[in-house]
Write a protein of this length. Structure first.
Lengths: 267, 401, 309
């Protein structure tokens, strides 16, 4: 199959996207002939925690990856703080899905965290005490300080996820994009991650999370973005996370009882 | 001259080679297909290179026993044994250590080949000229092929084909979905080994004609070629055998028609010719078809997106979208929608609304899964169903200019 | 052995073999970790057609056109593999198999079609090299190392491989960080602005250059052993990339030296009279090293691979 060439138009920021940490217009991404994401818009609110939710295969991760230029888009425009991503890379940190890398890779936990500093270090910059200090700090924030010298393959899934988060923290970005950070992790890890994310938000950073657990949306997030190939709803949790929008996003795939439960929780 | 060659009128040797190469092509094509479908095509590279030490050791044993070192069945037996040892080494490395299969393949093929070269130089010192026949196994040498050689090749090729025929069902299952095969109680590991054993047999049979380096091509290229023409595994096997056999026959005939045309490389190049034609022109999977399909697809995406933007009164920024809309007569040169454009935009928006209803409705779950933003709703719902959906939406929506 | 014999006959082949092995092992570390070990296989097979084409174009056996020809062939091969993989939706291994066997066949055919009897270019040489012949006849002993006149008579392969090794070391050192990051986590590498496609291509070209330079010493097939065996053996010894690269250099040098010595003197010790192929012996030794590391290496098994949730 033809690798879909990126057909990017000229980016013309409109006033409402100017200040948005991440603004997406008319994004279509396709694997083969079936669009995974079709013509979606997204405007991330600064200083908020946003969950991207939708059923399996709805294009949640694809949306994030296309926004970051990891997968090519068929059409669409992406701006980060009003400018193209290529000019704003230092302000964006990305936490990929845990399964996307080879955990047998010969490297230690601390080395992975140091990768987050590579923009600061440049090609040949020496790793100095302050860099090690910073990496150790980031590990401490996710509760992994005791594992700095472990080979990454010897960690549990939740610990691996926290190492990835520590690497993103080391990047010291303004916008944090996380792809399913809570998938298959233990309760302690989930708690550690959400604590870190909330402290990021308190520091004025913007956090966007691809999320699959509807039950925790109201507890964890203040904005929500529902997608099922197309955008279904976007906005503050109280307004956008409703029974109707869930029904629209999940269709018959979500048990009505579950929706009732959620709308009940919403009050 | 070429015609004479194609009709097998270039003499005894050329005819023997042509028949041998055809049989080899068929059995390599058929066997290689299973390997390819199992996504382990390059295992054949390790197997073929690993034959070299066996050939050399067999030669040394034959000479030590006082025989002629160039006895073909003896050499082939030796090559089979060392290829099997190579295969076991590879399996051990991937199963027992952290090494991935590609590294294991590379390690086995290069180390066995290197060791084979060491043995070859030992044989060279055993007596001048006696190793001459052995170097032919690297690239094949069909000059002076004997009737008995051809007989061995024909017999080996036929036996391999017969075994493939017997094992084709379990091998297809394992190649397609090893986990499912294991769940059904098939001994996946042993079937894999049998598959490798067949590949080894083809390699050994092919040593004389194309040599150990190029036999890999005969195992891989026909299978890849055939894959372009069919989605059904039995047909792919059949087509691979056909294209392999044809390449063997044409290649052998061409190489006999002029001097300095070594058989092995010519067969490989003919085979590649078939591949190149298939890659470009195969009806569904070919490049040409894919390019056309992609351009059509991209056009649909942009026009649909443009129509929805028009219907919702949004500005269109993408130059490609604008150009396509203009060409379709949807917008005028200044970007304002035409009458047809407005109608089509309204229809697009309405379809989008219809889809929304469909996707929110449990009763339409199967239909809703077909949604991809591009599919026309008329293709999945009957007129009555659409009317029903419309009644839930309400009257037609006004389109902003 | 004294310097009078050692320096002219053994010093240069030993150095060339060692440099070649290290120059291949360095990029080999990354190829093995990227599961692209067989790119080394593909490259080494297409070196032959590259050299033949260069010879046909220039009409002479000269170093730089041949290096260019071979590196060009490697790039053509990689581009073709990538094109077939994407355009035809063919799995990488099969795409490689199609491309390198075809190019190799074309190389053999061209070679047979051309009259190369007057020059030293034959298939066997291309396949397994000629390390033993790279001797330094002008040398008379250790003192020759400071004698400019004798140094002028060094086999040209030695400075060439030394230069290549320096280039490969420089490449690895300069791009260490991006190489490590993109090998471990390509998606993340792209988000921090590393151009992973270009970097991957650069790695392949570096490997191709190493393969071409090593071609004289060990031939085109055995180069694969140098790409794969020392890094694979090193992988069994440590869980840190820095250490792994160190081990691989050590293993490469050990294979080259022990292989050369065993090929030259082993048969004599066993009562034979003639040396065996040094290139073949080097590959054999690297294989034995790998076998030992795979059996006894402290890190030989996979660390707890994560169960994805």
């Amino acid at each position: 199959m033809l690798e879909l060439a990126a057909v990017q138009g000229v980016s013309v920021p409109t006033p409402d996207t100017q200040d948005s940490p991440l603004a997406i217009r008319g994004l279509t991404v396709s694997y083969g002939q079936k669009p995974a994401v079709f013509s979606v818009d997204m405007t991330v609110q600064p200083g908020a925690m946003t969950a991207i939710i939708g059923p399996n295969g709805a294009g949640k991760s694809t949306l994030l990856k296309a926004a970051l230029g990891i997968v090519p888009m068929v059409s669409g425009q992406v701006t980060v703080y009003g400018k193209p991503l290529t000019e704003q890379r230092a302000r964006v940190a990305y936490v990929p899905q845990r399964a996307s890398v080879d955990w047998d890779f010969p490297t230690r936990v601390i080395d992975v965290v140091l990768m987050g500093l590579s923009r600061q270090l440049g090609l040949l910059g020496r790793i100095r005490a302050r860099h090690m200090q910073r990496a150790a700090d980031c590990l401490r924030q996710v509760g992994m300080q005791d594992f700095a010298d472990r080979q990454i393959g010897q960690l549990s899934g939740g610990q691996q996820q926290r190492v990835f988060l520590a690497r993103a923290l080391a990047q010291d970005a303004d916008l944090y994009l996380l792809d399913e950070p809570f998938a298959g992790v233990d309760a302690a890890t989930e708690k550690a991650i959400i604590t870190v994310l909330k402290s990021l938000k308190d520091a004025g950073k913007t956090v966007v999370v691809v999320h699959h657990d509807l039950a925790t949306v109201t507890d964890y997030f203040d904005h929500v973005y529902l997608i099922n190939t197309r955008k279904v709803a976007e906005g503050p949790v109280a307004q956008a996370f409703t029974a109707e929008s869930l029904q629209a996003a999940y269709g018959g795939r979500l048990a009505t009882a579950q929706i009732d439960q959620i709308s009940h929780a919403l009050g | 001259m070429v015609w004479d060659a194609l009709t097998l009128q270039l003499g005894y040797n050329a005819t023997l080679v042509a028949i041998g190469a055809t049989l080899l092509g068929v059995s390599a094509g058929v066997t290689g297909t299973f390997l390819f479908l199992r996504k382990r095509a390059l295992v054949s590279d390790a197997i073929s290179h690993a034959t070299l030490p066996g050939v050399c050791l067999a030669f040394m044993v034959l000479v030590a026993l006082g025989g002629d070192g160039r006895n073909l069945p003896g050499l082939l037996l030796g090559s089979a044994v060392s290829a099997w040892v190579g295969l076991l080494c590879m399996n051990w490395l991937t199963r027992r250590t952290r090494l991935a299969e590609d590294a294991a393949i590379g390690a086995v093929l290069s180390v066995f080949f290197g060791f084979g070269i060491v043995l070859l130089t030992i044989i060279q010192t055993m007596g001048a000229g006696r190793q001459a026949g052995l170097e032919g196994f690297l690239l094949g040498s069909t000059a002076g092929m004997l009737w008995s050689d051809a007989f061995v090749i024909a017999l080996g090729g036929a036996a391999t084909l017969g075994l493939v025929l017997v094992l084709r069902r379990p091998m297809t299952l394992v190649a397609f979905d090893p986990e499912f095969a294991a769940a059904r109680g098939l001994p996946v590991h042993r079937i894999d080994l049998a598959m490798m054993g067949l590949v080894m047999a083809v390699t050994v049979v092919g040593l004389k004609i194309v040599g150990l380096i190029l036999i890999v091509a005969l195992l891989i290229i026909p299978a890849v070629t055939a894959r372009f023409w069919s989605e059904r595994s039995e047909r792919v096997v059949l087509l691979a055998g056909l294209s392999g056999g044809l390449a063997g026959y044409l290649g052998a005939a061409l190489s006999a028609s002029a001097p300095n045309l070594p058989t092995g490389p010519i067969i490989v190049l003919v085979s590649f010719g078939f591949f190149a034609v298939s890659l470009l022109f195969a009806p569904a999977r070919g490049v040409l078809a894919a390019v056309l399909r992609h351009l059509r697809f991209q056009r649909r995406v942009h026009i649909r997106q443009g129509l929805l933007a028009l219907a919702q009164g949004q500005t269109i920024y993408e130059p490609l979208t604008l150009r396509l809309l203009r060409r379709a007569g949807v917008v005028r040169a200044d970007g304002v929608a035409t009458e047809t454009g407005k109608a089509r935009a309204a229809k697009a928006l309405r379809d989008e609304k219809r889809w929304q209803v469909v996707r929110a409705d449990l009763a339409h779950e199967a239909t809703a899964a077909l949604y991809d933003g591009l599919r026309d709703i008329e293709t999945v719902l009957t007129r009555d169903q659409i009317a029903d959906v419309d009644s839930r939406i309400g009257g037609p929506q006004e389109v902003q200019p | 052995m004294n310097g009078e014999e050692f320096v002219p006959l053994s010093l240069t082949p030993l150095l060339i073999g060692t440099f070649a092995a290290i120059a291949c092992a360095l990029p080999g570390n990354f190829l093995v970790l990227r599961k692209q070990a067989l790119i080394g296989d593909a490259i080494s097979h297409v070196v032959l057609p590259g050299i033949v084409v260069a010879f046909l174009l220039t009409g002479a056996i000269s170093t730089w056109p041949m290096m260019l020809g071979a590196a060009g062939a490697a790039v053509v091969a990689v581009v073709m593999i990538e094109a077939i993989r994407r355009l035809g939706q063919i799995e990488t291994g099969a795409a490689m198999g199609v491309v390198f066997t075809t190019m190799f066949a074309a190389g053999v055919l061209l070679l047979e079609q051309t009259d190369t009897s007057s020059v030293h270019l034959d298939v066997e040489h291309a396949l397994y090299g000629n390390l033993e012949s790279l001797i330094w006849l002008d040398a008379t002993g250790w003192s020759s190392l400071t004698d400019p006149q004798a140094l002028a008579g060094l086999p040209p392969e030695l400075p060439r491989i030394a230069l290549t090794l320096a280039g490969v070391v420089l490449f690895t050192w300069l791009l260490w960080r991006p190489l490590k990051i993109s090998t471990f986590d390509e998606g993340f590498a792209r988000t921090i602005g590393i151009r992973t496609g270009a970097l991957g291509m650069a790695l392949v070209i570096a490997a191709a250059i190493a393969a071409v330079a090593a071609f004289d010493a060990v031939g085109s097939i055995i180069v694969i052993a140098m790409f794969i065996c020392p890094p694979s053996a090193a992988r069994m010894m440590t869980n840190r990339l820095e250490m792994q690269v160190g081990w691989s250099v050590l293993f490469a040098a050990f294979s080259a030296i022990s292989g050369y010595v065993l090929a030259g003197y082993g048969p004599l010790w066993l009562g034979g009279t003639d040396a065996v192929s040094a290139a073949g012996m080097i590959a054999t030794m690297s294989g034995l090293l790998l076998a030992v590391a795979a059996r006894f290496g402290p890190c030989r098994t996979r660390a707890g691979a994560p169960v994805s949730g």
